[in-house]
Design a protein around this ligand. Sequence first.
Ligand code: PEP
Length: 251
Amino acid sequence: MTQRRPLIAGNWKMNCLRADGLALASGLAAKAAEKGSLGCDVLVCPPATLLSEAVGVTKGSAVSIGGQDCHAAMSGAHTGDLAATMLADIGAEYVLVGHSERRADHGESSTDIRKKALSAHDAGLVAVVCVGETEEERDLGATLPVVNGQVAVSLPDGATAKNTVVAYEPVWAIGTGRTASVEEVAEVHSAIRAELVARFDDGDQFRILYGGSVKPSNAAELLGLADVDGALVGGASLKVEDFWQIIESCA
Ligand code: PEP
């Protein structure tokens, strides 16, 4: 019987000045300490400016810290970028790669994302590899080939259930308030699972997160689906109470 511990991950994106961000991170750490044992792993991905201090205020708690991106190279002339080793060096444990906003705003391809994931693995980080179709691709009936293609190219051959998490985030559901239906989510997650199982020995152990307008009111239903092993949450991760309710949905 497959046991996959859910992961609830918050992506703060380009939000939070220092006071608000640290209050949010320490508020979550305090809630986790109060609760004791949780039904899931918890990750927050603050902006780069807050990473180091967020590691500090969550130290010893059940809350892990991750970067929102990393460069494929470990050092060099890459102004403005962060190396995976730099994230690991300050105590981050995870990094998001291939978020649709990175793919769209920075022209990142699945090949670029595979290189970033490799770099994350080399630095000892867990790579959260994001995939998802646009509204146009869904309307064309191309969702499964698009997502399967992104998974195939974005995951390096050395990916394992320990060093990699897949996040399915339909682009049209991110930040829009529109959530994919349970049928749509179930169909794509099961296709991703089949691809992981076909390619990796431990493919049935990889966590596959759903992301796209997850909130306290819809989290339990989504998290109850067979191949949904957690959530990647944007907007609703910016308030302790909302994010906490999603964490609590993992019962
Ligand atoms: C995201 O940023 O990955 C995301 C899913 O955002 P939201 O929850 O706001 O749709």
